[in-house]
Ligand binder design. Structure first.
Ligand code: CAA
Length: 240
């Protein structure tokens, strides 16, 4: 039987590429989404991947949704915590609401996604936790105190989970994408986006598939000794 993979925010952008690549690699895949029913239905039509709607910022909703996925597909072996939002503003203009929205979705959302299925992974002695962080968690970013805090937080999460899961056959790793050609990056004002691309030695935005291929590797048995690591995929924009 094929292993089961769950991708949060898995019906659009980088998440859709990840869901599709995992399916193509032979996994049974479930993708979650927060609100865009139309995009999710289109994604399911095109890919054959079932989508589930819940808010990753809510623990009880996440727990119930994860239980439904496991009832439908079987125990989740691979979890890709990808769901994320931006609420960019210079710090002096950032509201408490913008801070909390991003922390709740991007950071608490990782806890809510992994925590309910962690005991099952421990019992079965296998698991792959893959968290989609960001270059901006590594270097910080003007107008992203909230977002950068969550993406740096992801790296603390995977390094800690790696130590807790290693003996139970669970790995926890992060990918830090640079600027990828998704709706999120296209929402940045054009002038700002052009100045960002000028800072990328590769001279272009990344492709969602270039992140998805990293996920497929981290999900595989071949990556079993890689634990607590971060793969940076940013066209040489930033080195840790
Ligand atoms: N570095 C230094 N200064 C900057 C800057 C930067 N990166 N970006 C903007 N500024 C400056 C502007 O030049 C302007 O200066 P002046 O007042 O002297 O003209 C000032 O900051 C902007 O002030 P505003 O009051 O006009 O700012 P605003 O309230 O309108 O906010 C913004 C504008 C939200 C910052 C907008 O410029 C923006 O969206 N910037 C992009 C932020 C960004 O890179 N986000 C990443 C999104 S993609 C992502 O997050 C995916 C991922 O993981 C990589």
């Amino acid at each position: 039987m094929s292993r089961v993979a769950l991708v949060t925010g898995g019906s659009r952008g980088i998440g859709a590429a990840i869901s599709t690549a995992l399916k193509d690699a032979g996994y049974s895949v479930a993708a979650t989404y927060a609100g865009n029913d139309e995009a999710a239905a289109k994604f399911t039509d095109e890919s054959g991947i079932k989508t589930y709607k819940w808010n990753v910022a809510d623990y009880d909703e996440s727990k119930a949704g994860l239980a439904q996925v496991e009832a439908d597909l079987g125990p989740i072996d691979i979890v890709v915590a990808n769901a994320g939002i931006t609420r960019d503003a210079p710090f002096h203009k950032m509201t408490p609401e913008q801070w909390h929205q991003v922390i709740d979705t991007n950071l608490t959302g990782v806890f809510n996604t992994v925590h309910p299925i962690w005991p099952g992974m421990r019992e079965r002695k296998f698991g792959r936790v893959i968290v989609i962080s960001s270059i901006n968690g590594q270097k910080g970013q003007f107008a992203q105190v909230n977002y950068a805090a969550t993406k740096a937080g992801d790296l603390g999460i995977i390094k800690s989970l790696a130590q807790e899961g290693a003996r139970a056959g669970i790995t926890a790793n992060a990918i830090c994408p640079g600027y990828i050609g998704t709706d999120m990056v296209m929402a940045v004002p054009e002038k700002v986006r052009e100045s960002i691309i000028a800072q990328i030695p590769a001279g272009r935005l990344g492709e969602p598939d270039e992140i998805a291929r990293c996920v497929v590797f981290l999900a595989s048995d071949d990556s079993g000794f890689i634990n607590g690591s971060t793969i940076s995929a940013n066209g040489a924009q930033f080195f840790v």
